[in-house]
Design a protein around this ligand. Structure first.
Ligand SMILES: [Zn+2]
Length: 351
């Protein structure tokens, strides 16, 4: 019976045992992977059930069931709808895709696009929730993190916005401007700081980060129009020229305005003083030259993004189109007095 005894020292037994261990480990790993995927599917399905209204109203799910290979075409289509501004249709396609996509990277991509469409459509909280869910699946996603930062800023959740910055920095993004801008807003919104303290801190921040000039000037004139004249930086005045144009007369101090060439030109064009013969800005120059004529024009301002060249009727600190910070160029334009006024327009005051 000796031939039936197992020789534990034989090399073939050791190899057999090793193979069994490898097989068991692979099986456990596979089962764990399946379990994890099912849990993620369940979580995602529960999460997506919150958007049931948009999911029900779509036929894209039927298309995908009939033709599973149409995934790439639908991803392309959702991008086309997104770029053309049809966010509702883009959202429907993304939700249908998320019902069938199994690949994690594809899911994360579509979720980021879905969050972008909800953001553009004005659903900030929904967009934030989708981004947080996508970052749970894959946290190294700069596009999702950048959008989350923008949404926290728009929701004035500045503490949460600051929490996003280290993750972006870890991915190699330069977030110095973002940090200064958010911290300046934290100071402005701090209920425990006096206006005096806020101005003191904002001036320090402005010295470090000149792009904050307009934000500081805007805050200062809203809260203390006398001290506000002390925060002005002559070399950055063009960034806030519209604020000075629309300044209430009671906030205007002529002796202060006379210190800055651009303000001398602008207030001469506005006819609050007569200290300039001309201006490097065409619109102001024209008004100065026409000072003896009857007024027939209004001054308007428009705001151009220096990165993507989009034009907006309202000022922005972060471009609504490309989301870049600190790229607004303020430009004066003239319009006929009888023309309909756009946002930010004002008739020239000739008192
Ligand atoms: Zn832009």
């Amino acid at each position: 019976m000796e031939f039936l005894a197992i020789d534990y020292r034989s090399p073939s037994f050791s190899i057999a045992m090793l193979l069994i261990v490898i097989a068991v480990t692979a099986l456990i790993d596979h089962l764990f992977g399946v379990y994890k995927e099912r849990q993620q599917n369940k979580k995602l399905s529960n999460f997506l059930s919150r958007f049931e209204g948009a999911r029900r109203s779509t036929d894209y799910k039927n298309v995908l069931e009939l033709q599973p290979d149409s995934v790439n075409a639908l991803i392309l289509l959702t991008n086309i709808y997104y770029k053309s501004g049809d966010y509702a249709e883009s959202i429907k396609i993304c939700l249908a895709l998320l019902d069938i996509l199994a690949d994690e990277n594809e899911r994360v991509f579509v979720m980021t696009r879905l969050a972008g469409a909800y953001h553009k459509a004005g659903f900030l909280q929904r967009s934030r929730d989708i981004l947080l869910e996508s970052l749970r699946l894959k946290n190294r996603n700069p596009e999702a993190l950048k959008l989350l930062l923008v949404i926290y800023e728009q929701m004035r959740e500045y503490k949460s916005a600051l929490d996003v910055l280290p993750a972006l920095q870890e991915l190699g993004e330069n977030v110095a401007m973002e940090r200064e801008f958010i911290q300046a807003n934290v100071v402005i919104g701090d209920a425990f700081l006096s206006v005096e303290k806020k101005l003191e801190r904002l001036k320090e921040m402005q010295d470090r980060s000149p792009f904050l000039h307009r934000l500081v000037v805007e805050f200062a004139f809203l809260h203390d129009h006398v001290k506000a004249w002390n925060v002005i930086k002559g070399e950055r005045l063009i960034d806030a020229i519209d604020l000075f144009w629309f300044l209430p007369r009671k906030s205007y101090i002529e002796s202060e305005a006379l210190k800055y060439p651009l303000l001398r030109e602008m207030y001469t064009a506005k006819r609050w003083q007569n200290s300039a013969e001309g201006s490097g800005i065409f619109e102001f120059d024209l008004l100065i030259k026409l000072k003896d004529s009857e007024p027939s024009a209004v001054v308007e301002f428009e705001y151009r993004c220096e990165k993507c060249c989009s034009l907006f009727p309202m000022h922005f600190y972060r471009c609504p189109n490309c989301q870049k910070l600190g790229v607004a160029a303020v430009e004066a334009i003239l319009a006929k007095k009888s023309a309909p006024l756009k946002g930010g327009a004002e008739e020239i005051n000739f008192d």
